[in-house]
Design a binder for this molecule. Structure first.
Ligand SMILES: [Zn+2]
Length: 114
């Protein structure tokens, strides 16, 4: 089990809310899987997907992940379409239908070469 201190993603926009927003959130659980930009933490009832860029401490020790630079490229699809392929804060995404459906696709491979 690990304890994760996490930057509350809505803290930056806290003025827009009519109730108090805490700057940090705390999660306790076990790390079940990782991607370059994300960490999946399983607690009693939930599976939390945490962006590594927002993780500040694990078990009270400061951490910083090497999540690399943001990248944005356009990739030609097989049917002449163009897709926007991005890596933002270590998290990959693509505008193609396969990615929307399965959360991965062949176009993401182009990011490593870019
Ligand atoms: Zn794609």
């Amino acid at each position: 089990m690990v304890k994760v201190k996490y930057k509350n993603p809505i803290w930056e926009r806290r003025d827009r809310y009519g109730f108090p927003i805490s700057q940090y959130q705390y999660y306790t659980g076990s790390i079940v899987s990782e991607t370059p930009g994300e960490m999946y933490l399983k607690s009693d009832k939930f599976l939390h997907c945490l962006a590594k860029a927002s993780i500040i401490e694990i078990d009270d020790s400061p951490v910083s992940f090497d999540i690399g630079e943001d990248k944005r490229i356009t990739v030609d699809g097989s049917k002449g379409n163009k897709y926007l392929v991005e890596r933002v804060m270590g998290i990959d995404s693509c505008s193609c239908p396969a990615f929307k459906f399965r959360k991965r696709c062949k176009h993401l491979l182009h990011l490593d070469a870019a």
